[in-house]
Design a protein around this ligand. Structure first.
Ligand SMILES: Cc1cc2nc3c(=O)[nH]c(=O)nc-3n(C[C@H](O)[C@H](O)[C@H](O)COP(=O)(O)OP(=O)(O)OC[C@H]3O[C@@H](n4cnc5c(N)ncnc54)[C@H](O)[C@@H]3O)c2cc1C
Length: 429
């Protein structure tokens, strides 16, 4: 179903480009990728970089229409599933290897932005994890876990150092993750598309694939005005569900989350942030925010099972903002929007194949920038070179998300965790 365009800051400041024409007529390709978010874009770019010709990407709306053009723009290693759970589930060596894919992806993103001259406002100044609670144990444990099992050093930020950077009475100590950055997510997506198109990938926007089926030795994809026959197909539709294969769609829950930006703050920005790093906090339902080049503050948070109107998002997030930065009382909010993440029950990305030329890459949750880059590399290498490395994700298959009850379970779990955090805050006084 068509959705109205989002009045997002990212759309308003998107790099202009000549739109990619919708698919027309009948075509044959080696690989067709459905979904013009990071997952699909990273696959096609990975294929193009490996010299695979005859690659097509089909996007229902515009490049970056989904989560990839609406997100917080934090680029950091790891997955939605936390590092401790990854370790418990896979053991030290395999957990380290999967985590390492995302550390490498952070570096690959830096390199690609430079190599393809993608103008996406990269701020390579790290990310701060600010402790909402006074108890430092959670920070200490995570710092140690990362150092011991993931070769990753996060620096301790005592409360006064944190306060110098983030002028809020809300936080105790913090951790600083140096190997992280933030960027304009939609312009990054637009840049990935341009890089792929520049190497021969055929991109079609406004091309909703409404049917996928086998036809002889090929997969046949139908759009309103075209048909594609492909040897291999990759479905990369995130929370915006392709509607093409029941087993693939039913394995993810689309979960909404919200973002807004203030008006340009000028010198008022310094009353809140004296760092260019991005910030999030240690609660389950954390706030996340970062300064933008034009002195706006971009602010995100909350998780829900439905999208909300920009007006409702503004109202909710403004309350959250003022709880952290009361000095911004009266500030105007210029843009607010929501986006859908795709979550699997196991909270890990789902990368897989039916063994007959159909692939999927989805369920990146709220931690998608680096993992989609890693996934794109794995699937491109699998398709181009028969590289089996993607099988590292085999433990995290297409498990049913149990819809519609899964939505209720997700909402209940969110409320439960939120109330635990609320109680902990109250008990700490
Ligand atoms: C508000 C928000 C904040 C976030 N913040 C961060 C963050 O700061 N850092 C981070 O790492 N991650 C963040 N994430 C998560 C990250 O954005 C996602 O994990 C990532 O963008 C997922 O990419 P994707 O390609 O799988 O899906 P999407 O970007 O959602 O792309 C899927 C695309 O498929 C298209 N599509 C669907 N069906 C069809 C069809 N039948 N035919 C053609 N096209 C179709 C859709 O139109 C859509 O464009 C956030 C997500 C949201 C929503």
């Amino acid at each position: 179903m068509k959705q109205p365009p989002v009045p997002s800051y990212y759309r308003a400041t998107a790099t202009p480009y000549e739109t990619y024409v919708p698919l027309q007529g009948r075509q044959e390709v080696r690989v067709a990728v459905v979904g013009g978010g990071y997952a699909g874009l990273n696959v096609v770019l990975g294929l193009a970089e490996r010299g695979v010709r005859d690659v097509m990407l089909l996007e229902r709306e515009q490049i970056g229409f989904g989560a990839s053009g609406r997100n917080g723009g934090f680029v950091f290693a790891g997955y939605s599933l936390g590092e401790q759970a990854l370790l418990d589930q896979l053991g030290a060596a395999r957990a380290r290897s999967l985590f390492g894919l995302t550390t490498a992806a952070v570096q690959r993103i830096r390199e690609r932005v430079e190599q393809y001259a993608i103008a996406c406002d990269v701020v390579d100044e790290g990310v701060i994890w600010a402790n909402w609670f006074r108890d430092p144990a959670v920070l200490r444990e995570r710092q140690q876990l990362l150092a011991t099992h993931y070769d990753t050093q996060w620096d301790w930020l005592p409360q006064d150092s944190l306060r110098e950077r983030v002028n809020s009475g809300r936080y105790a100590d913090g951790l600083y993750e140096r190997n992280a950055l933030h960027l304009h997510p939609l312009n990054y997506a637009i840049g990935l598309a341009a890089a792929a198109a520049g190497q021969g990938v055929c991109i079609h926007e406004n091309s909703d694939v409404w049917r996928l089926r086998r036809e002889g030795a090929h997969w046949r994809l139908d759009t309103a005005h075209g048909v594609v026959l492909a040897e291999q197909v990759v479905l990369a539709c995130g929370g915006y569900l392709a509607g093409l294969q029941r087993s693939i769609d039913r394995s993810v829950l689309p979960i909404a989350t919200y973002v807004m930006t203030t008006e340009p703050l000028g010198p008022r920005l310094d009353t809140c942030l004296r760092t260019r790093a991005a910030v999030y906090d240690s609660r389950f339902a954390f706030d996340y925010y970062r300064p933008l080049a034009d002195t706006r503050l971009l602010w995100g948070g909350r998780i829900a099972i439905r999208n909300r109107s920009p007006h409702a998002v503004k109202r909710l997030l403004r309350k959250d903002l003022l709880r952290v930065f009361p000095q911004l009382e009266g500030v105007n909010i210029d843009y607010a929007w929501s986006g859908l993440m795709s979550y699997a029950r196991h909270q890990m990305p789902q990368l897989g194949s039916d063994g007959n030329g159909l692939w999927w890459a989805q369920a990146f949750g709220g931690h998608g920038l680096a993992p989609t880059c890693a996934a794109g590399e794995l699937l491109a290498a699998a398709i181009a070179e028969d590289d089996p490395a993607w099988r590292q994700f085999a433990d995290y298959g297409l498990v049913s998300a149990g819809k519609p009850l899964g939505f209720l379970a997700a909402q209940a779990s969110y409320w439960w965790q939120e109330s635990r955090d609320w109680l902990k805050t109250r008990l700490e006084g």
